[in-house]
Each structure stands twice: as C-alpha cells, then as structure tokens.
Ligand binder design. Structure first.
Ligand SMILES: Nc1ncnc2c1ncn2[C@@H]1O[C@H](COP(=O)(O)OP(=O)(O)OP(=O)(O)O)[C@@H](O)[C@H]1O
Ligand SMILES: [Mg+2]
Length: 260
C-alpha cells in the first residue's frame, strides 16, 4: 500500500508547522515506523532539525522543482540519524523557484513522485513554507491531504480561512484528491484570547479541528535545538509533548486514508 502524502501547511509564519512535522515524524519513529519528510521550505528548518546540512552534490527539493523528471524524488532521499526517518532536504536555493517562470513548474513535485514505490513508509510529510507561493502550490498538487497548523490567535485563524480557499481552488482546478484532513492547534497557552479563538475555530470548522492540542512548552525549542526527536528527549515537559504528538498522529489516521 502506498502511504499518503500530507502537506503540513499554513502560509502564516512561526505557527509550528516544522515542529508539528518533526513531532509527528518522531511519533512514527518511536512506534518503530518509517516516515519520509520532504522539506519544502527554503529556510531548511526541518532539514536542520533532523541534523542534516546540505552540502556537496546532495539533491534537494530545489533540484526536484528545477527539472521535470518522473520519479526523480527517489534520487534525493537520504537517511537521517532519527531512526526510521528519511529526508528530502532543502536549503535557501529553493527560494529561486518563486521567480522561475516555467509553465509546468507547479506540477514538477507531483511528477518527481510519479510512479515511486513509497510503500516502506507509513506516511510522507511535506513541511511547507510560510507563503502562498509556487512551492506551496506544487506541494498541494503533489499531496493527498493537508494538515493546517495554527496558533489560536486572530491572525492565524484568518490564515486558516485563506488556506481553506487555496485548498478548494487546487482541488477544483488541479488535484481533485486533495483532502483537508485537519486543523491542528499548536503553541496553545491557556490565555483568555487563546480560549476564545479555539472556541471560534471549533464553531466554524467543527470536527475538522483536531481534539489533540499541542501546548506551548519551552521543551519543544530545546529538543529542536538539540536536533533530537522529542520522543528521545529527556527532561523538561518532554513527556507532555511526546503524548501530544503521538495522540495527534493517532487522531490524524494519516496511514489509513485520513482523519475521521
Ligand atoms: N509547542 C511549542 N512550544 C513551544 N515552542 C514551540 C512549539 N512549537 C514550535 N515552537 C517554536 O516556535 C518557533 C516556530 O515554530 P516552527 O518553526 O515550528 O514554526 P513554522 O510554522 O514552521 O515557522 P515558519 O513559518 O518560519 O516555517 C520555533 O522556535 C519553535 O521551536
Ligand atoms: Mg517551518
């Protein structure tokens, strides 16, 4: 069975997309599973967080988008030090894609994954950039589902509305199989504003909002700086985060066709 390809997205910056992608990868790894992370952000935060530095003739997401090669993604996959977690890395070169005028640009990631046997993986997670640019469209055209990550603040809630419109457009015009899987509340603190925005989101989006919430805990940043899977990290509030990401992975049902 081929795994689902999931975009971890929100064009709003700093909401916890990369932390969620790597937290889910850590949860899969802790269960003895296998995951492919595709870094689709020129900041390369997922790449760095997995302990990888792009160097030499390493192929990156930029190379997959700079050519039209069916199945070409296979050549860019590398193993990481996180057990069971493979990566297609990215670095700042990916930023060049936004000014590339090629007609087929937004289809190239889809082409790069065409015909590949990804069955060893439980899921493929794309860490998306904080923009509604060509790279994001390319990811949405290549993927089966979207998990929107948002903080419970007014700007982020508006960001989800924009993303929802974008998903509808891509589904109608280019990729009918694209499913809006879930909205994940991340970096949640117990403030009155966060409570209010969470209630608002649940009223508007109902069951699309995940029951599992990722709390704001400094340990998340410590684990990221140490380039360590949160499920291997000791100290601080690591256990709360391990539980949150494992529960989220289970709730998302990413390996079985989407959240219920
Ligand atoms: N649950 C959390 N608790 C505390 N800090 C967090 C949490 N999740 C993410 N962070 C921190 O918040 C910052 C932004 O998170 P992250 O990089 O995951 O967001 P992003 O949406 O991927 O950002 P960008 O849009 O720039 O790609 C980082 O410093 C990260 O370590
Ligand atoms: Mg990021």
């Amino acid at each position: 069975m081929q795994p689902r390809k999931i975009a971890i997205a929100n064009q709003k910056g700093g909401v916890g997309k990369t932390a969620t992608a790597l937290g889910l990868a850590s949860a899969v790894s802790a269960k003895g599973g296998k995951v492919l992370v595709v870094d689709a952000d020129s900041q390369g935060n997922a790449t760095n967080g997995l302990g990888v530095t792009v160097e030499g003739d390493m192929l990156t997401t930029y190379h997959l988008m700079n050519q039209t090669v069916e199945g070409g993604a296979a050549n860019a996959v590398i193993a990481t030090d996180w057990g069971g977690v493979d990566l297609i890395p990215a670095d700042e070169e990916l930023g060049k894609i936004e000014s590339d005028g090629s007609n087929d640009l937004v289809f190239r990631l889809d082409v790069a994954f065409e015909g590949l046997d990804l069955s060893p993986y439980d899921v493929v997670l794309f860490d998306c950039p904080p923009s509604l640019g060509k790279v994001l469209f390319a990811v949405l055209i290549a993927c089966d589902g979207v998990v929107a990550v948002t903080e419970p603040t007014i700007d982020s809630v508006h960001g989800v509305e924009r993303l929802d419109e974008t998903i509808r457009t891509v589904r109608k015009r280019a990729n009918p199989r694209l499913n809006f899987d879930k909205i994940v509340l991340s970096r949640r603190r117990g403030t009155a504003e966060h409570n209010f925005r969470e209630t608002e989101l649940r009223e508007v989006y109902g069951d699309l909002v995940a029951r599992t919430i990722i709390p704001e805990l400094a340990t998340r940043q410590d684990a990221h700086s140490a380039r360590t899977p949160i499920h291997q990290f000791r100290g601080g509030r690591a256990i709360s985060l391990q539980t949150a990401y494992s529960d989220l992975f289970a709730e998302l049902s990413l390996t079985t066709g989407g959240a219920s």
